[in-house]
Design a protein around this ligand. Structure first.
Ligand code: SF4
Ligand code: SF4
Length: 421
């Protein structure tokens, strides 16, 4: 697409955005892959439409306020990136555009407060835990609260799970086959502490020494994807300093965090840590990728077959292009019957803070996903991302389903312990 973006004024960010706009040939192959286009049927709520809107804003042809509602409705799911035959890096365009324009955004006071609250609480397990307890007290009064405060309450579990204190080191069982550093995550530690406990057990069982660096913090993805680049940079610097380099991989078990860490080269573009960020990101692996490459230690056959549906988190399938590995490690469980979810490539509506900032659209996508999941008649839904887990479980319960929703590594952990049924 021809453009007149003032690249020289915008620096490295300008180059990134101009390259993406340039690469789009306006063919429209991305439209059927876009969840908001599927729901709203509007060109401006499609990838192609949003690329045009961002170009117009960058060129000074369109006020930011006119484009903002359409850009805000984008989930950042990158379904369009998978579908695009021209390789348009839409994710880089969106992230950089949001960071470039955030200072000029005008938001209502309540929206500003919710946003600030989220960006403060989400990256801190301590604050998030305190917020989760407070949310439980507020839940019974939900109907009298403003809509902006109802959405986060909807997503809180009925009971905050007991805390799992992360160790700083977990030794390999048996012969050591690898040594990795592990990202502990933030909200996940509060909402689903068993994800980490199960992951550490499975890694140890497979002969992996796991280091959990004490100085690590939030990956910064939520901040980066909502335009808070300064906060994301500071979080990134913390992690670059905390993680050791003498490991076989930096392993994560949350798709969104893995994508966030892999985006450090984009985050640090033009900064003094750019080279360090590129090297760090090259070592980051989702735990499913790491285990598929390592090769799993065998498991005993299940007493009777278990039907498991696998949900592709957008930040694994589209952002990291990881689809085969989670399926291959699940299929390694003898007796596990793996089934696909219809419309599997469509986002569940979670998308970082989207289900809080755009509750109506997120709710429609969540219900659509839950109905597709239910159509599989599986006993368990496995996925590799806490956001998807929370969103889909919430909608399954609303539809009255008791289907278990688990992290892929929880399924493996139960299989190793002979408790998967
Ligand atoms: S598929 Fe790619 S090139 Fe075609 S309109 Fe969409 S983003 Fe542009
Ligand atoms: S990132 Fe997702 S919601 Fe946004 S334009 Fe692409 S497909 Fe649509």
């Amino acid at each position: 697409m021809n453009h007149d973006i003032p690249v020289a004024d915008l620096g490295p960010a300008g180059e990134i955005m101009a390259h993406a706009v340039d690469a789009c040939v306006h063919c429209g192959f991305c439209l059927p892959a876009c969840p908001t286009y599927a729901l709203l049927g509007e060109e401006m709520d499609s990838p192609r439409g949003r690329i045009f809107l961002m170009k117009e804003v960058l060129e000074g042809e369109l006020p930011l306020a006119d484009a903002a509602p359409f850009i805000d409705r984008c989930l950042g799911c990158q379904g369009c990136v998978t579908a695009c035959p021209s390789g348009v890096p839409y994710g880089e365009l969106l992230t950089t555009f949001r960071a470039t324009t955030e200072q000029k955004r005008e938001r209502p006071a309540l929206q500003r407060a919710v946003r600030a609250g989220l960006l403060t609480a989400l990256p801190s397990p301590k604050l998030f835990r305190a917020g989760a307890y407070l949310g439980q007290v507020a839940k019974p009064f939900k109907s009298v609260l403003p809509r902006a405060l109802q959405a986060p309450l909807d997503l809180l579990p009925g009971r905050v799970p007991a805390k799992f204190d992360m160790p700083t080191f977990v030794p390999a069982q048996g012969k050591r086959r690898a040594r990795v550093a592990f990202l502990a995550g933030c909200a996940q530690q509060v909402l689903a502490p068993n994800f980490n406990a199960a992951t550490l057990r499975v890694l140890a069982r497979n002969g992996v020494d796991v280091v959990i660096p004490e100085g690590q913090g939030c990956c910064g993805a939520a901040a980066l994807h909502t335009g808070a680049r300064g906060q994301a940079l500071s979080m990134g610097r913390t992690n670059l300093a905390a993680f050791p380099t003498d490991v076989d991989a930096v392993v994560t078990n949350a798709a969104g965090c893995g994508s966030g860490l892999k985006e450090y080269p984009l985050l640090f573009k033009g900064e003094r840590e750019e080279e360090q960020a590129i090297s760090f990101a090259s070592r980051v692996k989702d735990v499913s990728v790491f285990l598929a490459e390592l090769g799993l230690e065998p498991m005993l056959p299940l007493a009777k077959p278990v039907r498991v549906a696998y949900h592709d988190a957008c930040h694994l399938a589209h952002a990291q292009k990881v689809k085969a590995q989670p399926r291959s490690i699940l299929k390694a469980v003898p007796g596990l019957d793996l089934v696909e979810v219809p419309e599997g490539d469509l986002c569940c509506g979670s998308a970082g803070t989207y289900n809080i900032e755009q509750p109506e659209l997120a709710g429609r996508l969540g219900e659509r996903k839950a109905r597709n999941v239910l159509s599989t008649n599986a006993a368990i839904l496995a996925s590799g991302n806490i956001g998807c887990h929370t969103q889909i479980e919430t909608h399954l319960r609303r539809l009255g389903s008791p289907m278990r929703v688990m992290h892929t590594l929880e399924v493996l952990d139960l299989a190793y312990r002979g408790e998967l049924s």
